[in-house]
Design a protein around this ligand. Structure first.
Ligand code: PEP
Ligand code: MN
Length: 336
């Protein structure tokens, strides 16, 4: 970090700051300019709280240089992380597609969807058994019954299953069924849940909160990595903006930004990102063009009857069109 002293700082003030830096176990390199003195700090600044230095007399500003995350950073690990989910490699250069209903509703609904998305070429099956709903009166999910139906669908189709866990107390149970455990957007900041998941030997799909900055997103991933779970897949699912014609604004900027800053794979959720079935296919193409490692898509055999997120669910026929188009897009991208 760099410490900028105020214009009126005396030699004693500078000495005082230097001493404090050394007490904190870091090295100080003062450099006196014409108007100001700046002090370069050498060492791991993540171990120091900014206020420990910014509140000292005559300090004007403390500018961090290092990123707040470490294990998630590209500097820490240069090569891309590849996460295997039920034998499907995510982040290895092949575009992967997770598809299925928003909520697990019934055996018939789930198995029909699973068979159809598999036939269209999906790699993994999604389905929520625990649903984070805005309204307490809305369908909250089938719970463990839903997990059992997911296991049945895996047996019937061979597709690995992706499902959300909402509470630390459910982690062990969900981990017994899921091949990839989803942390929903609302729980991205739930450090207790992240800590529980960091101790589980199952990959985690971490969705970005709708108001999270890139740093906050990667710091949540850091919780998982620091706790010992290195199998983390990021997911952009749209953020809140002033835009009212879509449910969220799909922030595709973050895909190449994450690729620059982190080694973790990132997939895109255009279903929640748009909230509109008629925008899902074009935004899926855009996500592939932006460099996403995969997509997660909501599909329902009868969207009008869906218990949740029917507006943004594709029919199996539309999903087939999506698969054809993104395959063509992925092929085009691999050639440039
Ligand atoms: C979901 O995947 O159905 C879901 C609830 O997503 P999010 O947490 O991104 O809103
Ligand atoms: Mn949903």
């Amino acid at each position: 970090m760099i410490i900028v002293m105020k214009a009126g700082a005396s030699e004693d003030d500078v000495r005082h700051v230097v001493e404090r830096i050394e007490q904190l176990g870091l090295k100080a390199h003062p450099s006196q300019g014409v108007e100001r003195t700046v002090i370069g700090v050498i060492g791991d600044e993540r171990l120091v709280k900014k206020e420990q230095l910014s509140l000292l007399p005559q300090v004007d500003d403390v500018i961090p240089i290092l990123k707040p995350y470490k294990l998630a950073s590209r500097e820490f690990k240069e090569e891309n992380t590849v996460v295997a989910v039920a034998g499907v490699k995510i982040g290895g250069g092949t575009l992967r597609v997770i598809a299925g209903p928003c909520s697990v509703e019934s055996e018939e609904q789930l198995l029909t969807t699973a068979r159809q998305v598999k036939a269209a070429g999906a790699d993994l099956l999604r389905g929520g058994a625990y649903k984070p709903r805005t309204s307490p009166y809305a369908f909250q999910g089938l719970g463990e019954e839903g997990l059992k139906l997911l296991a049945l669908a895996r047996e019937a189709t061979g597709l690995g299953i992706v499902t959300e866990v909402m509470e630390s107390s459910d982690v062990d149970m969900v981990a017994e069924y899921a091949d990839l455990i989803q942390v929903g957007a609302r729980n991205m900041h739930n450090s207790k849940l992240l800590r529980s998941l960091s101790r589980v030997r199952k990959p985690v799909l971490l969705k970005r909160n709708f108001s999270a900055t890139l740093n906050e997103f990667l710091m949540s991933a850091e919780y998982l990595l620091a706790g010992g779970n290195s199998e983390v897949i990021l997911c952009e699912r749209g953020i809140r903006t002033f835009v009212e014609y879509t449910r969220n604004t799909l922030d595709l900027n973050i895909v190449p930004a994450i690729k620059l800053l982190s080694h973790l794979p990132i997939i895109v959720d255009p279903s929640h990102g748009t909230g509109r079935h008629d925008l899902v296919i074009p935004m899926s193409r855009a996500a592939v063009a932006a460099g996403a490692d995969g997509l997660i898509i909501e599909v329902h055999p009868r969207p009008a009857e869906a218990f949740s997120d029917g507006d943004q669910s594709l029919t199996p026929d539309m999903f087939q069109v999506l698969m054809q188009q993104i395959k063509a897009m992925a092929q085009f991208m691999s050639g440039i």
